[in-house]
Design a protein around this ligand. Sequence first.
Ligand SMILES: Nc1ncnc2c1ncn2[C@@H]1O[C@H](COP(=O)(O)OP(=O)(O)OP(=O)(O)O)[C@@H](O)[C@H]1O
Length: 476
Amino acid sequence: MSIPGLGQAAPAAAFSAPILEAPVAVHELQANSEWRFEVEIGEKIDVKILSGTAEIFGTELAVNHLYTFRGVKSSIYTWHGCRIEVTGTCEEYTAEETPMTQYVNTHFALEKLRDEAAQNGREGPRVLVVGPTNAGKTSLVKLLTAYSLRMGRQPMVINTDSREGLLSIPGSLTATPFASIIDVEQGWGSSPTSTSSPIPVKLPLCYYYGLPSPEDNTKLYKPIITRLALASTSRLTDDPAIKATGMIIDTPGVISQGKGGFDLISHIVSEFSVNTVLVIGSERLHSEMLRKFSTYRTSTGETITLVKLDKSGGCVDRDETFTHQTNEAAIKEYFFGNARTTLSPHTQTIGYDDLLIYKIREGIYLISAPIVDPSLHSIAHANSFLPGGVEETEQGLFEKVEPNPSMQHCILAVMYATVNDSQDAVRDASVMGFVYVAEVDETKRRLRVLQPMSTRITDRPLIWGSWPEAAVSLVG
Ligand SMILES: Nc1ncnc2c1ncn2[C@@H]1O[C@H](COP(=O)(O)OP(=O)(O)OP(=O)(O)O)[C@@H](O)[C@H]1O
């Protein structure tokens, strides 16, 4: 088994296939219109702005620079018109109706609050973006981040959605101070988690949840949110530029549509002292939020401003396969780098007994107490609805496990904690990095792991969650 990126040369091609020329198209975009495109996973297009001005979710594109997009659904918007050249095949169309004016007005309203905050030495707005799945929350967060960067601000961007990573592997929840431009070719860009970088870096404060939905284990999700809020608030108060800009918080769609969602939204609102909520793409959610937050006050006595925004017609649903493939691409990039930066990960073989691995429990478990059923002359277990037979026993958040074959191809988070720390301390610790389980050898009781750097991990607790899912194609 060979691992790409570890020095093995690629096998020489047995024959040379004819090189097919990729189709080239030039699009003329009118002012206030948007060119929307979808590039399949494994495919790519090159885009060049020939003239005019254009942006991707708020980040301005340079004229005559070649941008490459792989496996992405996105759009290029122009306020004043532009000509673009596209090389390669993708699904595409141009739209004239967009909610961009609403979005830019929201940005200017936030700017006003930031100016006032800077003058009074207070914190800038703490903005929460909520809305159903695929309503365009992350795209709006990107746009508001990009516009604030263009004004010379430094926003703290918080990701509370573990399904997608923000400058980190999916499964993590992060807070990232942004001081430099978003890399439009790579979504949010990448963070040099495993190497030094010549360009200004964005280093996220990273915590690990390891499950796809907050509702999978609210007992784990909520304290991690509390920890993330504490860490980001203290980072914010230490830096006047970040403090005046404030926070922009992305949320998972599921908390805007599930029954238990409001409890989670309230938790995020109170932990981050949110004072502005942007509700995107749902009248009903907006009116529910109005009702529930009308009398609410933050810890500093502020009221909450609620703003309703339209969903862009460009938002597209992403199926499980697409999500799996983008997650796998994010994992690959973490270990091996991307088209611009090649990393050199290491493998290490470690004995079962040298590792402390905690598996995240999903949900709350009810342990039933045995009851005697005289008619059956046997002992049966009461199910949870029977009175008197149930004892709700709380187990730890994590279950200590030995390595086993089902761990193969999974990601383990290496925590900034010691092996003697309590489970609560491990939960509250930030993430030091991630390793990938390349091989599990049951006979020799050894595990081969891939890691970005040859750091010792045996003195750290590792967490094993179900998200991101196993990345089978990482080892070729
Ligand atoms: N104007 C647009 N044109 C083309 N594609 C878009 C546009 N806006 C958003 N998208 C795409 O639609 C998809 C969903 O958007 P986005 O990720 O912003 O939604 P979300 O509400 O954050 O989703 P989730 O609830 O899953 O976190 C993404 O692939 C995004 O790139």
